[in-house]
Write a protein that binds this ligand. Sequence first.
Ligand code: ZN
Length: 139
Amino acid sequence: MNTCFYCENGEKLRSLMIEICELPYSKVYLNRDQKHRGRCIVALKAHKTEYFQLTPEENAGYFAEVSKVAMAIFDLYHPDKINYATYGDGVPHVHVHIVPKYQNGLNWGAPFDDTLPKQLLSDGEYGEMVEALRAEILK
Ligand SMILES: [Zn+2]
């Protein structure tokens, strides 16, 4: 059976990310691996697998939400650049990884590397980040 963990919304999803909030076109998640501080995922609510499958309205709405989340990350964590990554070979559901990059920090000047060891936080630390991001995104 071919399952999509974004649509499934179960243990697999929760092992990788924590829901921050829901917007009209997307759901926003905090990535559990925080070696790039502030890294989030913005997933389209509908199960579509390519940007060209979105209606013009969905496209505009979704990418406005991606921008809004990136701005919240920028204002809270002050990265030097934000990287936006869409791959989806394994999980084709439309989503963008929003990955803050810091000059002289990990993977600066190169693509982020998920093969490096994860940096996990305590539940309290995740909670603080989720609260701060939610407030910033929804303000
Ligand atoms: Zn899906």
